[in-house]
Design a protein around this ligand. Structure first.
Ligand code: KIV
Length: 263
């Protein structure tokens, strides 16, 4: 059965946790969907994990739409959330409405995610029938303003500001709130204070849900993983072993053998 934003809100009332994962293409979306992952985020982390950019800043609307379409074709039941890329919604409310609408109208997403305290835009989209996922704390599109990827809300003043922003987004009608890179105690305070389910990433165990970037979970990353990312597999080694075995078979004249040839 297809998951809706109402199901996710209701899960908080029942004290049920849920998982969200990123996906960027048809086959992984199909695998996640068949595994019963209820929410798939087409994250703007597409930028680093698939397109090879250094940050999320360069990824464009057209790139995000292209990958959201592929994910939408792969998933049957999961709720698909598309990440609004940098400068597709910070410029004006009108740009935000138009670009959010494109994800639903042209790409098959069911909801969009906005980074930062975009309270007025969130309320405007919700009024127009576009479900909104908020995202506070370490917001990668603000990497330069934050002076790097740093845990946010460590001082009481910063914690209070994030709490106020969470309240404001909750009041604006968001259906869920990603909390990234915040101390465990602050994530717990926010989770208890808002009606929307919180989805943690580097925010400790008290959130209503958890999200990981699929590349990190599968061990497909290049370089060090962030502290909060747990690789559940080592697919980079698996892929390296498979392609090396193929290359060596070809070089040794062992592939194709009789079983893989037509007669
Ligand atoms: O783009 C992304 O992958 C995200 C997650 C880290 C929540 O925003």
């Amino acid at each position: 059965m297809s998951i809706t934003v109402r199901d996710l809100r209701a899960s908080k009332g029942r004290g049920e946790r849920f998982a969200m994962l990123t996906a960027y293409d048809f086959p992984t979306a199909r695998i996640l969907d068949e595994a019963g992952v209820p929410v798939i985020l087409v994250g703007d982390s597409l930028a680093q994990n698939v397109l090879g950019y250094d940050t999320t800043l360069p990824v464009t609307m057209e790139e995000m739409l292209h990958h959201t379409r592929a994910v939408a074709r792969g998933a049957k039941d999961a709720l698909i959330v598309a990440d609004m890329p940098f400068l597709s919604y910070q410029t004006s409310i009108e740009d935000g409405i138009r670009n959010a609408g494109r994800f639903l109208k042209e790409a098959g997403a069911h909801a969009v995610k906005l980074e930062g305290p975009m309270v007025e835009l969130a309320a405007t989209l919700v009024e127009r029938g576009v479900p909104v996922m908020g995202h506070l704390g370490l917001t990668p599109q603000s990497v330069h303003a934050m002076g790097g990827y740093r845990v946010q809300g460590r001082s009481e003043e910063d914690a209070r500001r994030l709490l106020d922003q969470s309240h404001a987004l909750d009041k604006a009608g968001i259906f869920s709130l990603v909390l990234e890179g915040v101390p465990t105690t602050l994530a717990q305070r926010i989770t208890e204070a808002v009606s929307a389910p919180t989805i943690g990433i580097g925010a400790g165990p008290h959130c209503d849900a958890q999200v990981l970037v699929l590349t990190d979970l599968l061990g497909l990353g290049f370089g060090a993983y962030p502290k909060f990312a747990k690789p559940y597999a080592d697919l980079r080694s698996t892929i390296t072993e498979a392609v090396t075995a193929f290359k060596e078979d070809v070089e040794a004249g062992l592939f194709p053998d009789d079983a893989h040839s037509y007669h």
